[in-house]
Design a protein around this ligand. Structure first.
Ligand code: UD1
Length: 375
């Protein structure tokens, strides 16, 4: 161990974008139980920086303030990745960690992995081995680059283990621990249940749909985005849709002149737009929704555990277990298919799912126990 003390690990935990925060929160909590074995610092790259995209999550999840904020912000993929690398390299040189932990598949995940490995620092990837096989997704490129470099690959399901093995990763690097995002969900479910967010918005439990949309392939093309909203408007004739809007999507809807879709009618039907919500308020809305329409990765997993039908507006998923075992259907972005999938839910043709193995709230504990014993 480079830190001088025997059996002592100095760890840099990295987060960058919204879906990273709920994955890292339980890992930090679990690490706090090992003060004699682990020293850890939290690095925020600043990929997401708006109050509602970043700080609100730290507050809701009881996460410590980042020890180091790289303040990188938005930019093209190359700009963002490059900026994170330049700034994170400096942090690694100053802090000299034994290990860097990255989560998920965002640009910050890949950028920090490459940087640390080139400095000879070990890296662990939490949520390794997921594959959509769709190289037009920036996240797929991030996943592949990250996994090929990492020393320890913590996986959410046996399918991810198989993907890694098929790519030639040695067995001893692959550790199936379950899903840390579900740790966070289970820790906060009771708290979220008590909120009145839905009622305050005039929504009855089970009488609305939840929507999130931010994937470039859905929102960066006017025709595709318009087609999706034609379908959504039609669903919203029967079931109001609540839509916490991602800044990227808001920007594109304004550019394409599609904001007329974002209206709740006087009879309570239509699309109710909100700013991006904090973790607890969002969880409250999702757990009480009749169905969720989304292009998010994490939400496919959360709805599976909550038993809420999920309609994924993408052509593929890196999380097939949510389809095989959970409540998810992956249907693309064609209007007729979206309407048919929503009708299946409305007419009761969708049966509840099964919670995958080790999605039990203890995944972060498994990761930290493993690191303390093996890293
Ligand atoms: C990123 C991740 C994606 C993840 C998503 C969750 C990559 C390649 N993509 O996508 O995998 O599902 O986060 O939200 O890492 N913006 C703001 N305020 C912010 C952050 C972003 O206004 O705090 C706007 C900016 O216009 C920015 C755009 O959103 O250019 C996109 O942000 P970016 O971080 O590049 O990607 P996301 O679409 O958020």
């Amino acid at each position: 161990m480079e830190s001088g003390k025997e059996n002592y690990l100095k760890i840099l935990n990295v987060v960058g974008a919204r879906p990273n925060f709920m994955k890292m929160a339980p890992i930090i909590k679990a690490m706090n139980r090992y003060p004699d074995e682990i020293e850890h610092l939290l690095v925020h790259t600043g990929q997401h920086y708006d109050e509602q995209m970043s700080r609100a999550f730290f507050d809701d999840l009881g996460m410590p303030k980042p020890d180091i904020d790289l303040g990188v912000g938005s930019g093209s993929h190359a700009e963002q990745t490059g900026q994170v690398m330049v700034k994170f390299e400096q942090v690694c040189l100053e802090e000299k960690p034994d290990l860097v932990i990255v989560v998920g598949d965002v640009n910050s995940t890949m950028a920090c992995t490459i940087t640390a490995k080139k400095l000879g620092i070990r890296v662990a990837h939490v949520e390794a081995g997921l594959r959509s096989r769709d190289m037009t997704m920036p996240e797929e490129i991030n996943r592949l680059c990250t996994d090929v470099l990492c020393d320890y690959l913590f996986t959410t399901d046996p399918g991810a283990d198989e993907n890694l093995r098929a790519e030639g990763v040695a067995d001893e690097k692959i550790i199936f621990v379950g899903n840390v995002m579900i740790d966070t969900l289970l820790q906060h479910k009771a708290m979220a249940e008590k909120l009145t967010t839905g009622r305050d918005m005039g929504l009855e439990a089970g009488e609305y749909a939840g929507l999130t949309l931010h994937w470039p392939s859905n929102v960066d093309d006017r025709e595709i985005l318009n087609g999706i909203f034609e379908a959504l408007i039609s669903i919203a004739e029967q079931l109001p849709i609540v839509f916490p809007i991602h800044p990227r999507t808001r920007k594109m809807m304004e550019v394409f002149g599609l904001t007329h879709y974002l209206k709740l009618r006087e009879d309570g039907m239509g699309i109710l737009v909100t700013e991006p919500l904090g973790y607890l308020e969002f969880l409250h809305l999702i757990m009480n929704a009749r169905m969720v329409l989304t292009d998010s990765g994490g939400l496919q997993e959360e709805t599976t555990v909550l038993g809420v039908p999920c309609i994924t507006l993408r052509h593929n998923t890196e999380r097939p277990i949510t389809v095989e075992q959970g409540t998810n259907v992956v249907i693309g972005n064609d209007k007729q298919r979206i309407l048919a999938a929503a009708n299946d839910v409305l007419e009761g043709r969708v049966v509840g799912g099964h919670v995958p193995e080790k999605w039990d709230g203890k995944s972060a504990e498994r990761i930290v126990e493993w690191l303390v014993g093996n890293a």
